[in-house]
Design a protein. Structure first.
Length: 319
């Protein structure tokens, strides 16, 4: 008799495992799990398919109600997004909700506005690059922002196990800039800076109010070849992003230019660039100074090449 009972219990367990909450064993279905699961991918406006950036190792998901009041926040660390990855949550509330996600390799390097569930509104929340002064010598860790379509959750009483899927198309807000300079004096030292006010963002992924600050990076030298690498935040045209090369021996600025409008996205000579700021985040800028004896000692010809394409030629005065 005991053996038959054990076999019966095993069969019941198998039935529960294979049929779940929809089994007739749960007449009222009140114990069935319900919620929302989140998935993440990247598809830029230029891409034809989805990608799953390995740099996204952490995510924070913020949930807002119809009045854009924060009602919940979920966080997950040590993840690896893929076509199969799902962040499962037990979020279940009746109403219509919107969702914002932030992802990256180390979100602790950014400041998130303190919030209170049920009190903080979406337009009160900001994400800011951590910096203490008008000079930033670090390199921002990669960060992505994404917004999902609104989700309406109805009363699910008696419907068993129900999970809604919310998808985030994550867009990168960081850029890697490599600057290589040829032709300046071997006997002098130089610094390179990028100046912008792009360290703070709202929860629409847009620029928020910020003061201007300088990105600084160490310059390495090999003869007349100078090289430096930057990681900067979101770039856009019409924002007066300044690139400056300074002779630190004399204290004079050798060359200063709007890096985005007049170099990366310059259309004067070669037409429309084959890349877009919304899609591409790695830029290799090569600046070559050449003597121009016809004009005098301080006059030089300058050629700039961006990502092996955009060739710009100008005359400059180097003091």
């Amino acid at each position: 008799m005991r053996r038959k009972l054990n076999i019966l219990l095993i069969l019941i367990g198998m039935l529960l495992f294979t049929t779940g909450c929809e089994s007739l064993l749960y007449d009222d279905l009140k114990d069935c799990p319900q919620g929302v699961y989140f998935s993440f991918y990247r598809q830029s406006p230029c891409a034809s398919g989805r990608e799953y950036p390995e740099e996204i190792k952490q995510v924070k998901v913020f949930v807002f109600d119809e009045n854009e009041v924060l009602v919940e926040m979920f966080q997950s660390d040590n993840i690896k997004i893929s076509a199969d990855y799902r962040l499962m949550t037990s979020f279940y509330r009746i109403g219509t909700f919107t969702f914002v996600a932030w992802g990256g390799s180390d979100l602790s390097t950014y400041d998130f506005t303190p919030f209170k569930k049920g009190g903080t509104k979406k337009n009160e929340l900001l994400v800011a690059l951590q910096r203490q002064s008008s000079e930033y010598t670090g390199k921002p860790t990669v960060i992505y922002w994404g917004e999902a379509d609104p989700l309406t959750i109805e009363d699910r009483t008696g419907k068993g196990t129900v999970f809604d899927e919310v998808e985030f198309n994550m867009q990168e807000l960081t850029n890697r800039i490599r600057i290589t300079i040829h032709g300046l004096s071997e006997s002098d030292d130089y610094s390179v800076s990028i100046t912008d006010n792009n360290g703070v963002y709202d929860f629409n992924g847009d620029f928020a109010e910020d003061s201007r600050f300088d990105y600084l990076s160490t310059v390495s030298r090999n003869g007349k070849l100078l090289k430096t690498d930057f990681v900067v935040m979101k770039l856009a045209e019409g924002r007066n992003v300044r690139l400056a090369i300074t002779n630190t021996t004399t204290g004079k600025v050798v060359y200063e230019v709007n890096m985005v409008d007049d170099l990366i996205m310059y259309r004067g000579d070669s037409g429309e660039p084959p890349y877009k700021l919304e899609c591409d985040h790695d830029f290799n800028i090569v600046i070559v100074f050449q003597e121009n004896p016809e004009k005098g000692e301080n006059y030089m010809l300058m050629k700039v090449v961006v990502n092996d394409w955009n060739v710009i030629k100008r005359e400059v005065i180097v003091e």
